[in-house]
Design a protein around this ligand. Structure first.
Ligand SMILES: [Zn+2]
Length: 717
C-alpha cells in the first residue's frame, strides 16, 4: 500500500530552552566528508563560542570519536563526560528533549588563562562517527505521525537531523550554519543556505552551502539526484529529484516559482536566496528553511504539488522565517494552514472555502472533548488527531475570525508587519496580538484570551425564528442561546429570492433576542451558515462521517459471524487494527444486544447476510435502503445511483445512530478477503466522508450526504 501523506509537518529541532549564562555557539562552519559504504563520516566544525571562563562545554552524539580540538588556533585539552547535568544546556525539559540528551555526551574543553578575557572564542572540533538508523516506517496521515528516522548515511542516501546530535551543540539559541559537504561523485547534497561552491574532482562531489540567517538546527540530505535550476526573480529554485522523476522535478520547480510570487506579494519578501525541492529515499514531508524534503512515494500524488508544497513554501515565512517560541504555543501551523491549504480553496471558490471551514469545526466537534481539550497556548506539534484538530484547525479558524473581525486590508497589513518585525526571531502569539492591535488600533486582550489562552469553543442554538410585519415591513425575530463564555460577532444570513444579506450581532453566553428588518420578503434565515465562527456544531449541521466513529468516546467494532471463514478472519483482523489505540470494544455480532445499540457508536463490518447487527439497526428505525441497495449474493451494491461489485469491491457508509444522533454508525463491507485488508487499511485517511466505494482497492466514489435539516436555518412559507 502506498503511504498516504496528507499533511506535512514542520520539523521541530530539539526544543530545549536556554538561559543567559549557558554555553552558547553562535556560528558553525561544518566540513563533512561522507563514507557512504561504511555509513560514517569525518567532520570538522569551525565554530564561534561565547566565552565561559575556565571551560567551554558542548554536547555531541555519545558514540562519536572526538579528535583534536583547537582554541584560537592552539590545541586544547578536553574531557569527555558521559553523565552531565542537562540543566547546563537547557531548562523546562519536555519529553522529546530527554531522548535527545540520552543520545549525547558532554565535552568540556579547558581554556587557557589568556583566552578568558576574550568575549568569544574561535574553536575547531574534529570528530567522526557512524550513523545508520533503520528506516522507521513513518506513516503520515491525519491521525498520527509515527516515530521518525533521525540519521542515515548509506548508499541509498544521506539524512541527518539535529536530533542525532551530529554537530556540537550548546544551549538552545539560534546559530548561523554553513556546511561544506563531500560525497562520492554521483551524489549531491543539500541543506540550508546558498550554494556557493559545487565542485566535482577526483571522484568526489563537494558542495558548499553558505548560511544566510540564524536558525535553530541544521538538517542535511544527500542522494543520487539530478539537479535542475531555475530563477524566481533573484531567488534560485532547485529541484533535486531521482533521474526517473525529472518530469515532476520540472513541475515542482514551476510550482515553487508561483508560490514564491504569491507569498512575496501577500506577506513580504521571501527571506532566503534559494528554495530547493528535494526528493527523499524514505517517507518524509518536512519543511526546512529554504528547502523541503518529500518522500519518493508521495511526490506524484496530485495534492502534494497543489497543496502540501505550497504549505511548505509558506513555512519559510511562518516557522522558518519568523521562528516559533514554542513555550507559549506553536502558532505557525495554524497560520500556515490558513495562508496555504485554506487560502487555495478560497481562491478557487467560496463554496470550497465554506466546506473547509465546516470541516475544521466538524473535526473539533468530533475529535475534541472536555477530557482532551487544551488551549492554543499549549500546542507544540501534532502527534494525534485531536492535537492536530486544535493546533492546525482551531488555530486557522482563529486567524479567519481575526480577518472577519476587521477587514482583509487590516488582516494582511497586520501579518505583514508581524513578519517584518519578527523575521529571524522567535515570536509568540503575543507578538501577533501586538501587530493586530497596532494596525487595527484596538485592544485585543479579550480576543486572544478567549481563543488562545482558554480551551473550548462556543455552541449556538436557534430556539425560534418568526417572520412578521411591523408597519408593513417584514421583520425576522429570533431567539438564540449561546453556550460558552466567548464574545462573538455572530453572522446571521437572510436569504431573498435573488440575493443574501449577512448581518452581524455581538453575542456572549446566554439567551439573545435578535430582530432583523428585511429589505424584501425573506425566504429563510440562518445563523452562521458559512462557518465563519469557530464553534461546536450541532450534529445536524453536517453530514455523518467516518471520523465520528473514530472520534467517539464509546465505540464498538463488530465483526461478522456468518459466511466465508477467511472473510470473517480478515474482518476480525481489521476490527483489531482499527482499534489501534485500544479505546474501542471489539466483538462478534452475536454478542451485540438489541437494547444496547443506542448507547454507543458502531463500526459494523460485513454485509447484512454476514452481520446480524444490520437487522438490529433496521428494527431501530435505520432504513438502510434509503442509502444503499444490495444486489445478489456476493455483496454487490448500489450507492448514490452507481453500481459496484465484482470480485473486489467495498463500501463504507456513515449514518447517525437512529436511537441517539450523538452516536454514529459506520457500515463497511467488501466482496473479498483481499479487499477487506487492502481497503480496510485506507479507511482512516477518508475520515471526512459520509460514503465511499472502492474497487480493487482504488477509491471510485466518495462524498458527503446533503444536509437537509440544519437546525440553525429556518425556511419561511
Ligand atoms: Zn506545517
Amino acid at each position: 500500500m502506498t503511504r498516504i501523506l496528507i499533511t506535512f509537518t514542520i520539523i521541530l529541532s530539539a526544543a530545549f530552552a536556554f538561559a543567559g549564562d549557558k554555553p552558547l555557539i553562535t556560528k558553525h562552519d561544518l566540513a563533512i566528508q561522507f563514507d557512504l559504504e561504511n555509513h560514517n563520516f569525518q567532520a570538522e566544525d569551525k565554530m564561534i563560542a561565547m566565552n565561559q571562563d575556565k571551560h567551554f562545554s558542548f554536547i555531541i552524539n555519545k558514540d562519536f570519536d572526538i579528535g583534536k580540538i583547537y582554541v584560537e588556533g592552539k590545541k586544547a585539552k578536553y574531557k569527555e563526560i558521559a553523565d552531565f547535568d542537562w540543566n547546563l544546556f537547557g531548562s523546562d525539559f519536555e519529553s522529546n528533549d530527554s531522548s535527545f540528551f540520552h543520545r549525547t555526551k558532554m565535552i568540556q574543553v579547558k581554556l587557557k588563562k589568556k583566552y578568558r578575557s576574550l568575549e568569544s572564542l574561535n574553536m575547531v572540533i574534529n570528530y567522526s562517527g557512524t550513523l545508520y538508523d533503520s528506516l522507521k516506517s513513518a506513516q503520515f496521515s491525519r491521525t498520527s505521525v509515527a516515530d521518525q528516522t533521525i540519521a542515515i548515511i548509506g548508499l541509498e542516501g544521506i539524512y541527518l537531523s539535529p536530533e542525532a546530535a551530529y554537530y556540537p551543540s550548546a544551549a538552545e539559541k539560534m546559530s548561523m550554519f554553513s556546511a561544506e559537504l563531500t560525497t562520492p561523485e554521483g551524489y549531491l547534497t543539500v541543506t540550508d543556505g546558498k550554494l556557493v561552491l559545487h565542485d566535482v574532482n577526483m571522484g568526489k562531489n563537494t558542495m558548499r552551502w553558505e548560511g544566510e540567517a540564524i536558525t535553530d538546527g541544521l538538517y542535511i540530505s544527500g542522494g543520487k539526484w539530478e539537479l535542475i535550476h531555475d530563477k524566481a526573480g533573484e531567488v534560485d529554485v532547485y529541484g533535486f529529484f531521482f533521474p526517473e522523476d525529472q518530469d515532476i522535478s520540472l513541475q515542482y520547480v514551476g510550482a515553487v516559482k508561483r508560490y514564491l510570487a504569491m507569498y512575496d506579494g501577500l506577506i513580504g519578501k521571501y527571506p532566503y536566496s534559494k528554495f530547493a525541492v528535494v526528493e527523499n529515499f524514505f517517507s518524509t514531508g518536512y519543511g526546512m528553511p529554504s528547502w523541503t524534503l518529500l518522500g519518493k512515494e508521495v511526490v506524484r500524488l496530485p495534492w502534494i504539488v497543489h497543496i502540501s508544497l505550497g504549505h511548505e513554501v509558506c513555512h519559510n515565512w511562518w516557522g522558518n522565517g519568523v521562528f516559533v517560541d514554542y513555550k507559549t504555543g506553536n502558532w505557525c501551523e495554524g497560520l500556515t494552514t490558513y495562508c496555504a491549504d485554506y487560502l487555495y480553496k478560497e481562491r478557487k471558490n467560496e463554496s470550497e472555502a465554506v466546506e473547509y471551514r465546516r470541516n475544521l469545526n466538524q473535526d473539533y466537534t468530533a475529535y475534541v472533548n472536555s477530557g482532551n481539550d487544551f488551549p492554543l497556548s499549549g500546542f507544540r506539534s501534532r502527534d494525534e488527531t485531536f492535537t492536530r484538530t486544535i493546533g492546525y484547525g482551531k488555530s486557522a479558524m482563529v486567524f479567519h475570525m481575526l480577518r472577519k473581525q476587521f477587514t482583509d486590508e487590516v488582516f494582511w497589513k497586520s501579518l505583514q508587519s508581524f513578519y517584518a518585525g519578527n523575521l529571524f526571531k522567535k515570536a509568540s502569539w503575543n507578538d501577533i496580538k501586538a501587530s493586530f492591535e497596532e494596525t487595527a488600533g484596538e485592544d485585543l486582550d479579550w480576543f486572544f484570551d478567549q481563543w488562545v489562552d482558554q480551551p473550548g469553543a462556543p455552541e449556538i442554538h436557534l430556539v425560534k425564528a418568526d417572520l412578521s410585519k411591523i408597519d408593513g415591513q417584514p421583520v425576522v425575530q429570533m431567539k438564540i442561546v449561546q453556550k460558552g463564555d466567548f464574545k462573538l460577532n455572530l453572522p446571521v444570513k437572510i436569504y431573498y429570492q435573488d440575493s443574501t444579506v449577512v448581518n452581524y450581532f455581538p453575542t456572549e453566553a446566554g439567551v439573545h433576542s435578535l430582530s432583523l428588518g428585511c429589505a424584501g420578503n425573506p425566504l429563510a434565515v440562518a445563523i452562521d451558515p458559512d462557518f465563519d465562527v469557530f464553534r461546536k456544531l450541532d450534529r445536524d449541521e453536517y453530514p455523518a462521517s467516518l471520523s465520528e466513529v473514530f472520534g467517539a468516546s464509546e465505540k464498538i467494532i463488530v465483526y461478522p459471524s456468518q459466511g466465508d471463514k477467511e472473510k470473517i478472519d480478515k474482518y476480525r483482523d481489521l476490527a483489531n487494527s482499527l482499534n489501534r489505540k485500544g479505546d474501542a470494544k471489539v466483538m462478534s455480532d452475536l454478542s451485540v444486544k438489541a437494547e444496547d445499540i443506542g448507547n454507543s457508536s458502531y463500526f459494523i463490518l460485513g454485509t447484512p447476510r454476514e452481520n446480524s447487527v444490520y437487522a438490529l439497526f433496521e428494527k431501530a428505525g435505520q432504513n438502510l435502503s434509503d442509502w444503499i441497495l444490495f444486489s445478489g449474493q456476493k455483496g454487490n451494491f448500489v450507492l448514490m445511483g452507481d453500481s459496484f461489485g465484482g470480485d473486489d469491491a467495498s463500501f463504507m457508509i456513515a449514518l447517525r445512530n437512529p436511537l441517539n444522533k450523538e452516536n454514529s454508525v459506520v457500515f463497511f463491507s467488501a466482496t473479498s478477503s483481499e479487499e477487506i485488508s487492502v481497503t480496510g487499511k485506507k479507511l482512516p485517511h477518508y475520515g471526512k466522508y459520509s460514503y465511499l466505494a472502492f474497487e480493487q482497492g482504488q477509491n471510485k466514489l466518495k462524498g458527503n450526504w446533503e444536509v437537509t435539516n440544519n437546525p440553525l436555518k429556518v425556511h419561511f412559507k
